[in-house]
Write a protein that binds this ligand. Sequence first.
Ligand code: FAD
Length: 452
Amino acid sequence: MSAAVTETLAGWGNYPRVECEVSRPETAKDVRKVVAEVGSAGSIARGLGRSYGDPAVNEGGSVLELTALDRYLGFDEATGTLTCEAGVSLGQIIADFAPRGWFPAVTPGTKFVTVGGCIANDVHGKAHHVDGCFSSCVESFRMLLASGEVVDCSRETHPRLFWGTFGGMGLLGVVLDATLRLRKIETTFFRQKAVTARNLDELLDAIEENDAIFPYSVSWIDSLAVGKNLGRGVLTVGDHATLDDLKPAMRKAPLRVSALSPLVVPFDMPSFTLSTFTIKILNVVLDQVQSHGASVAHYEKFFYPLDFVGEWNRGYGKRGFTQYQFVIPLEGGRERMRTILERIARSGCAPFLNVLKRFGEANEAPLSFPFRGWTFAIDFPISEKLDPLLKDLDAIVLEAGGRIYLGKDAFVDAETFRKMYPRADEWLALKREVDPDGVFDSSLARRVGLRS
Ligand SMILES: Cc1cc2nc3c(=O)[nH]c(=O)nc-3n(C[C@H](O)[C@H](O)[C@H](O)COP(=O)(O)OP(=O)(O)OC[C@H]3O[C@@H](n4cnc5c(N)ncnc54)[C@H](O)[C@@H]3O)c2cc1C
């Protein structure tokens, strides 16, 4: 392992950018060595840096970039149970296992994420109402604690550590490897349907109706629409395609995987080109998701439309952007969604990508984000007007009994966070037990108070 280097790091939103001491361990032994020598500013694990804000950065402290821990350790072809190091990405798993008929059981909207990152954020996908979060496909993992001890965690062994780690933002220890259940697939294609809705009520009705039929569901809202068109959008729903669903030409390679060569945004775009750029990207995305006439779509288009444009985050320019994702209970949710959309439309903070979904039930993890309700994610470029807007939105979300997703956030304060996550105290008690000296620390932890 080479020596740590000082680098300016950020999350996917390029905000905030901070200086960190970055180590790139290649083995579990290397990880242990760095953790044993950590100074007072602590250390935090980092995967592919696809969290938007500050969970995988540690201003003035150490960052363990774990993508070199990318080895497979075992695979049971009969059950689809895979053991791999935590730096393996879902993209890598798809490339290697989809041709053999296996696919990640839960995936977020990009495949450029590591297994460790998916665990730490307990990520959700388009099928949360059916499949739950990433934790539902994890059987166990091995974690390095601050003491240097490596513990096996599962629902039966160290269950508090197991659940505390999902949504625990890397702050209880470093996940070294994990055992996951993959999903058996006949093809890498999806049957899909798009439903256009003229306003929010139509859209929410369409989601409720279709969620009962299809496991995968996501909608995109035109956040610039106001008045009677407020909340107009497109819902796409789908399910895994079987061999019988494929046209004869597709049946020749039913488990095809793609090597993507994304259109890359070459440098941080100046802000004045933002609107042209975002409109172009939006068109790419909408074209993918709506796929007019194509009732069967490849997984790349179905799950990962944004991966077609590599490094699209740089299109927001040097100031960067954030994603505000919240969940609010279904009860009273329609009215509150309307209030939030109106507040955004009035704010002058041009929102760009907007994604609306309905979550299923919460799991046992104290800091896991999803619970049964409406979840809405909105990208905003960083501007002076943003902080007051987000404060207003926080108040509406809190009043509704909702919360925001730490995996996307860069703004929420400690007091608001504690109110949004009523089980934070339970998690903090565990943190004090396993990491009394605060060896694992991050910019996010300091901001929201997730510290020993
Ligand atoms: C285009 C796009 C679409 C997305 N769609 C979704 C979505 O649909 N649903 C969703 O839930 N999320 C979504 N995300 C967010 C993303 O899935 C999560 O932020 C994910 O955790 C990123 O994984 P990563 O490997 O990049 O982790 P990083 O961003 O590098 O780190 C995330 C967290 O994981 C911790 N961590 C990383 N590795 C380890 C380890 N080995 N041990 C302990 N902790 C570790 C870090 O400390 C940090 O707290 C999306 C992001 C993008 C860019």
